[in-house]
Design a protein around this ligand. Structure first.
Ligand SMILES: Cc1ccc(Nc2c(-c3ccc(O)cc3)nc3c(C)cccn23)cc1
Length: 109
């Protein structure tokens, strides 16, 4: 009840981030990174706390987040992981920066 309104806003923001309009950016972040499928065997040695938009969707649906701040932390973890693994200038790194810009705009309300 207490943070219901905050979490409704999170849902709205997530819908936009994951929406088809932004597929060219979110396509890399909608599912957990699969190191086997992507042939990046070292991923879990580099990234200790994997996160993705699909996992966030599940956590939001299952009321795992108590408040908006917890949701925001997970979203920003996606970008942090992306920049740590994908070198500046790479396709996925650039997509991460652009999705982060969109998130910052949406988050500012
Ligand atoms: C050899 C190689 C190099 C880079 C990548 N990056 C990458 C990532 C990725 C996303 C978030 C993240 O924290 C790390 C990686 N997701 C993808 C996808 C879905 C397709 C192609 C490349 N992708 C994959 C393989």
């Amino acid at each position: 009840k207490k943070y219901e309104l905050q979490l409704k806003f999170c849902d709205q923001v997530l819908k936009e981030l994951m929406g088809p309009k932004n597929w060219y950016l979110n396509q890399y972040f909608t599912h957990p990174v699969d190191p086997v499928a992507l042939n990046i065997p070292t991923y879990f040695q580099i990234i200790k706390k994997p996160m993705d938009l699909g996992t966030i969707r599940n956590k939001l649906n299952n009321n795992v987040y108590e408040k908006a701040k917890d949701f925001e932390e997970d979203v920003r973890l996606i970008f942090k992981n992306c920049y740590k693994f994908n070198p500046e200038g790479d396709l996925v790194n650039t997509a991460g920066h652009q999705l982060e810009e969109l998130f910052n705009k949406l988050w500012a309300g």
